[in-house]
Ligand binder design. Sequence first.
Ligand code: PGA
Length: 231
Amino acid sequence: MNARFTYIANWKSYFTYCEAVTWAEQHAAALHTRNHNAEIVLCPDFLAIPALRAIAPNIKLGAQNCSPFDKGPYTGQVSASSLKDAGVTHCIVGHHECRTLLHESSTVIAKKIVQLAQHGITPILCVSDPYEIAQHEFAQALRACRSICIAYEPIAAIGSGNAASVEAITDKLALIKKIIDEYAPDIHARLLYGGSVTSDNAQEFKRIPNLDGFLIGRASTDFQELKKIVH
Ligand code: PGA
């Protein structure tokens, strides 16, 4: 386990703008001051990013998605350039919910990774199948990045309350590491696990070899729960 464990709070669409602002006003200071040994990245929806930056300038912010294109005639898209301007350091891409509900393809996800890399934002690539990283377009996109987070998120574990077993996570992370070493050996990759992480399973999971952090959905919206996961 790395010294500085990473906690990515994926707030999905759980909060409205006002609710996200209220959460940050109430808890962001405590989150920052108590956790110098942890890297915490809050990922609210796009709208709340500038407000959270103003309320909690010391907390890292991530986006939950981005455009596969740079600035230009792309209605409804938020470019990596714009995220960079807003102070975003990380961005989730390839989340299962986007792949299924928005039909995002590997080609589109790979383009997003390249956009983020070009703007110095760390992509958080979600995969349920480690072999996906070996696909030509992903391997190529990865080689464009200096650093990346790869989140192993088994589909059945997302939002279900049924996290993967320690054994399964251990095996999949070892496989991801092997694939990265083969296809993108120069990249600095941090490996995360996501899918029903809670305060009940987090401490046990933290002992898993190669695990550098968590991608936390619902549990990250509850400050007390997040605090317990971090400690
Ligand atoms: P969950 O979500 O923690 O609510 O299962 C994780 C994720 O989808 O990133």
